[in-house]
Design a protein around this ligand. Structure first.
Ligand code: PHE
Ligand code: FE
Length: 285
């Protein structure tokens, strides 16, 4: 499975995997697409093909539609080309980064409708498992969703909310929201439960597990509940939160979080494997 730490956990960009010697003030680098080797493009194709087989009936509609539109099955995509298409659709751009970047910089990019994509690709031995997000996770997992106008707006609001949370000491709570939505979120479509979280969509195992296994909890999304809930970074999730629509995600996260941060600071966080009394646990399909 696809295991990695979030930017929220590794708050400093330096010292991580990736070449940070050529960054600008925003941690942006040139993608240097010509430098990828044929072996790397072949590895991307293998990763892509495995996921593409798992996607039908499991990924949400916008993911499937965007993936067709992006046409990235042949090799590591050229960010500039994809960025053009994305900009036309929702006004977002892709920027190349060496790997994880500091929280502040990450939020600044999102707040300005720029999505940072890591340039390096995992090694063949890491086919199933990576410790930090690589280009496959960042691009395949995250970029397709940015073609949805509401989700795209939500991501910008999240970036602004991140800058605000830094001042309010709310980052751990906001990171849980990101984790259980943008990375590991499920959505109830009219035709069934589907995946929209990038951490699942780029994982070979969890995409099936999260929908079909009787083990994990699947709980209707609720902002305070999510922001109170701890998460596992080294195994499949023990709980998934389910939204009804991207509009719900946008609307429910729109209110001022200041009082929520204040309140949750006085409460203990909840373990990842808990079902509270009265909570609905949606059945596996
Ligand atoms: N509404 C949040 C706040 O006031 C900001 C936010 C929006 C956070 C969207 C996450 C997602 O802090
Ligand atoms: Fe991610």
């Amino acid at each position: 499975d696809d295991f990695f730490a979030t930017v929220a956990e590794k708050s400093e960009g330096a010292g991580l995997r990736g070449d940070y010697s050529k960054i600008d003030a925003q941690y942006v680098v040139a993608q240097d697409w010509d430098a990828y080797t044929p072996e790397q493009h072949a590895l991307w194709r293998r990763l892509y093909q495995r996921q593409a087989k798992l996607i039908p009936g499991r990924a949400c509609d916008v993911f499937i539609e965007s993936l067709e539109r992006l046409n990235i099955g042949d090799g590591i995509p050229n960010f500039e080309q994809s960025s053009e298409a994305l900009f036309k659709a929702t006004g977002w751009r892709l920027v190349a980064v060496p790997g994880l970047i500091p929280d502040y910089t990450f939020f600044e990019h999102l707040a300005n409708r720029r999505f940072p994509v890591t340039v390096w690709l995992r090694e063949p031995e890491e086919f199933d498992y990576i410790v930090e997000p690589d280009v496959f996770h960042d691009f395949f997992g995250h970029v397709p969703l940015l073609f949805n106008p509401i989700f795209a707006d939500h991501m910008q609001e999240y970036g602004k909310g991140g800058l605000k949370a830094m001042k309010l000491d709310g980052l751990s709570m906001l990171a849980r929201l990101y984790w259980y939505t943008v990375e590991f979120g499920l959505i109830q479509q009219p035709d069934g439960l589907r995946v929209y979280g990038a951490g699942i969509l780029s994982s070979g195992g969890e995409i099936e597990y999260c929908l079909s296994s009787p083990e994990p909890r699947r709980i209707p999304f609720e902002v305070e509940r999510v922001m109170r809930t701890l998460y596992k970074i080294d195994s499949y999730q023990e709980t998934y939160f389910v939204i009804d629509s991207f509009q719900q995600l946008f609307n429910d996260t729109a209110p001022d979080f200041t009082p929520i941060y204040q309140k949750l600071k006085t409460l203990d966080p909840l373990p990842a494997n808990l079902l509270l009394p009265g909570e609905v646990n949606l059945q596996a399909k």
